[in-house]
Design a protein around this ligand. Structure first.
Ligand code: FE
Length: 188
């Protein structure tokens, strides 16, 4: 575990970016500067110099929830930090077939490769393995009268979904993930 960092250590360009966004979007309407942003534009909060924000560094983020609430779109915040779940068959990736990678929509941590995605008919994007061993963390979840294994982002701690043992070979696992929690990055 790296030593605790301040938010400005982790996001050295955060202040500048926020000021630019506030100027661009207008802060007088009371809306979050994220309101009109596309997911990839959130990369500016995470690091600079790369318009696509996937990365695989394992440094843990320790951003207060109050900061995430300000930075993230409402739906993403709800699923990531209030353990929400999108309705089945409504997400942007449940039946999506692209070649590339899926990163955490909150922090850009690469979570899955597209070649591990499979059609599970459950209504959520499903994968049989993670991109790296440390990409995801696992937690026992006893909510709703069930015993399940919750998955969270190994970097920022955002809730992603759950993993079940009814997946295909070679792992037999089914990572059932909210589309909202993912950002697809096509292979270039
Ligand atoms: Fe993350």
């Amino acid at each position: 575990m790296p030593p605790s960092q301040t938010i400005m250590d982790q996001f050295p360009f955060l202040l500048t970016t926020m000021l630019v966004l506030l100027a661009a979007c207008g802060s007088s309407n009371g809306q979050s500067p994220h309101t009109n942003m596309r997911p990839n534009e959130m990369s500016q909060y995470d690091h600079s110099g790369n318009p696509h924000y996937s990365h695989t560094d394992t440094a843990k983020l320790s951003v207060p929830l109050s900061e995430w609430r300000k930075l993230l779109p409402q739906e993403l915040y709800h699923i990531a930090f209030e353990k929400g779940t999108e309705r089945a068959f409504t997400g942007k990736y449940w039946d999506f077939e692209g070649i590339g990678t899926y990163a955490c929509a909150v922090c850009g941590n690469v979570l899955f490769q597209a070649d591990s995605k499979f059609s599970s008919s459950c209504g959520w994007p499903s994968f049989f393995q993670t991109a790296r061993k440390d990409a995801i963390l696992y937690h026992e979840d006893r909510s709703f009268g069930m015993v399940r294994t919750e998955t969270t982002c190994g970097r920022c701690g955002a809730h992603l979904g759950h993993v079940f043992d009814d997946g295909p070979k070679p792992t037999g696992l089914r990572y059932c993930i909210n589309s909202v929690s993912l950002e697809f990055i096509g292979k270039r």
